[in-house]
Design a protein. Structure first.
Lengths: 521, 110
């Protein structure tokens, strides 16, 4: 099987025009940046539609296009659960529980919020973990996209791809901050939609329509009988049993991701009003509905059109469909869509990493050493310097880090172990005034320990990789521990909680004023 | 640089592999007998649930989120900061509109 796809001159022109357009749009946004608030949270001026577009593009990377189609080829439509069950309910919970609370508290980052609710050590540790993880993820995603995706499909030199995309995303993120990131995201999602929906339309047309696709796939044998079922039985051999999808993914992992991930939440912190912050989340959920249609369904069509691939080469489903179906011009648009996904993912992570570094690490170190908080202009300058250092250092280290699969696995493992317990203490910290500092600490430490034990005790759950069950049970365990320890320890003083608990912020005007005072400090 | 990373990787891989095996043996010896008594019956009970329960729980998650926002939460809170009073700016309606396609696909692919 031929492995590299050739591009026509017109396709290359489309990709180049797209990249230059993104750069110019990002540079145009520089005129809106005059302070650290403008740089980190877009001066709190983002409308709901831009937030919605940006949340989706920040979430979808170029490798998702290929990996989700591959998963659909192997496991059927159940691969789409991560964008459906794993998004919308969590985005509604984020929109009406977490986002208004974060937005009203006027924070720049999630660790900053945890620092106000618990203490500055929690803020610093959380900020440090996020900075390290995001730094490695940034390097990994740059190399995976440049080498494993673009080089494998197009045969382009991975170093050129890496440095050109790093340079373009670095320049507009450096100059325009979150505003540039969000408005380039809007264009990038439109390009992704045009390319993705074009591939979907051609794929479904080629197999003879939806009914024909269904008949042909089901006729391939008993191993394909569940390819059109979203929620598979609890004891399925595959990785997505319905119990794990509904409880582990829908109620824990997705909520933790949508409410506790700085890259996602930062867009809503930059909203021009609380209504825009909530509306942006809901609009993003609606836009995300179409993502599996663009990335998973072509994978299903590939079962009929390129059956020779087999499960072991399932990740080649999208490239083969592009080669088979897309004429010159459309191919360029599809690759512009892949570059759009790659660049938006990089710029979003870059901006969030520099925000956390300046707010939670530099800010706290200055605070502890008794120095005054950074001035607006200094914070803006440091934010830009951090952005430049981050993109250059991650591009330099992309190959040695990205080529080591173990590092990627460790990063994912660390993140997944914290998700359930962190969500438990975050949720209780917001909705339950009785939750105490000791309760939160015990919930976090014992919850992560329990998660570690579950991950290292094989045979407890039916599926081979039971990460969905582990997330659910570690969340439940951390929730119980936090409640029990909180009830056994001394209640937090009223003063400390004023303006920091959801019910008081939502209903009590005095608490609202206290919150405003804290923001002003 | 590359050689240094390779050497570090080998050291870490060996270290993590040895540690991983030791931790897994410890967990199997100490925790498996206790935890399997808890999760075994839960797995058996979940495995006995009919398949239609999956659809009910899946669709139920979407529908209950819609009901929570549209009927239970205070409308003033839901729409706080609303630019104007047009029905199109009502986030309760947005919630229902953005969740309905999801309910339909879970109903279709059941």
């Amino acid at each position: 099987m031929e492995s590299v796809i050739g591009l026509h001159f017109i396709d290359v022109i489309i990709v180049v025009v797209y990249m230059i357009g993104s750069l110019l749009l990002g540079l145009y946004c520089t005129r809106f940046v005059g302070s650290a608030e403008d740089f980190f949270i877009a001066g709190k001026a983002l409308p709901f539609w831009a937030i919605g577009f940006s949340i989706v593009t920040s979430d979808i990377g170029a490798t998702d296009f290929v990996a989700v189609a591959g998963a659909a080829y192997k496991n059927g439509v159940s691969a789409a659960n991560f964008d459906w069950m794993g998004s919308m309910p969590a985005m509604v919970i984020a929109a009406f529980v977490f986002v208004p609370y974060f937005w009203r508290s006027g924070v720049f980052t999630i660790p900053e919020f945890l620092g106000r609710r618990y203490n500055t050590a929690v803020q610093f540790i959380n900020g440090l973990i996020w900075t390290v993880v995001l730094f490695f993820m940034l390097a990994i995603m740059q190399w995976l996209s440049a080498d494993k995706l673009i080089h494998t499909i197009l045969g382009w030199d991975p170093y050129w791809t890496l440095w050109i995309t790093a340079l373009i995303t670095g320049i507009y993120t450096f100059s325009g901050g979150l505003t540039a990131v969000v408005f380039t995201d809007v264009v990038q999602l439109i390009v992704m939609y045009v390319g993705g929906l074009g591939l979907l339309a051609l794929s479904v047309w080629e197999v003879g329509g939806w009914s024909s696709l269904r008949e042909q796939v089901l006729a391939k044998g008993p191993e394909f009988k569940d390819h059109f079922t979203l929620l598979l039985p609890h004891d399925t051999a595959g990785p997505f049993p319905w119990t794990g999808i509904v409880f582990g993914l829908g109620l824990v992992m997705a909520v933790a991701y949508m409410s506790g991930n700085q890259v996602i939440v930062q867009r809503t912190l930059g909203a021009r009003s609380e209504w825009d912050a909530k509306g942006g989340m809901l609009f993003g959920g609606l836009l995300k509905f179409f993502i599996p249609l663009m990335v998973a369904l072509p994978g299903l069509c590939a079962i009929v059109l390129v059956p020779q691939l087999g499960a072991e080469n399932a990740d080649r489903a999208v490239p083969e469909m592009i080669r088979l179906l897309m004429p010159a011009g459309l191919r360029g648009l599809m690759f512009a869509a892949l570059f759009a996904a790659m660049m938006s993912h990089i710029s979003a992570t870059l901006n969030s990493t520099s925000t956390i570094f300046i707010t939670d690490i530099v800010g706290q170190l200055r605070n502890w050493s008794g120095r005054r908080p950074l001035k607006e202009k200094t914070a803006l300058l440091l934010g830009r310097i951090t952005t430049a250092i981050l993109i250059i250092s991650t591009a330099l280290l992309a190959e040695p880090i990205g080529n080591r699969e173990q590092i990627y696995v460790y990063m994912q493992t660390i993140l997944s172990m914290f998700q359930g317990p962190v969500l438990a203490i975050l949720l209780l910290g917001i909705i339950w005034p009785r939750a105490t500092g000791y309760g939160g600490l015990a919930g976090l430490v014992l919850g992560v320990t329990f998660c570690f034990i579950l991950r290292n005790t094989p045979g407890l759950f039916p599926s081979e990789d039971p990460f969905l069950f582990v997330a659910w049970w570690s969340f439940v365990f951390a929730l119980i521990v936090t409640i029990v320890v909180s009830l056994l320890t001394k209640r937090e003083p009223e003063e400390k909680l004023r303006g920091m608990v959801w019910s008081s912020v939502i209903r009590d005007t005095d608490a609202q004023e206290a919150l405003q005072e804290r923001i002003a400090q | 640089m590359s050689e240094m990373f390779q050497a570090m990787e080998r050291v870490f891989q060996t270290m993590f592999q040895t540690m991983g095996e030791a931790v897994e043996s410890l967990c199997m010896a100490v925790f498996y007998p206790i935890l399997s008594r808890i999760f075994g019956p839960i797995n058996t009970a979940l495995g006995m649930l009919p398949n239609w329960m999956a659809g009910v729980c899946g669709v139920g998650l979407f529908v209950s989120a819609m009901i929570w926002v549209a009927l239970i939460l205070d409308p003033k809170y839901v729409n706080h900061g609303r630019p104007h009073k047009s029905i199109w700016t009502d986030l309760r309606l947005w919630t229902v509109i953005s969740m309905t396609p999801h309910v339909l696909v879970y109903f279709y692919f059941r």
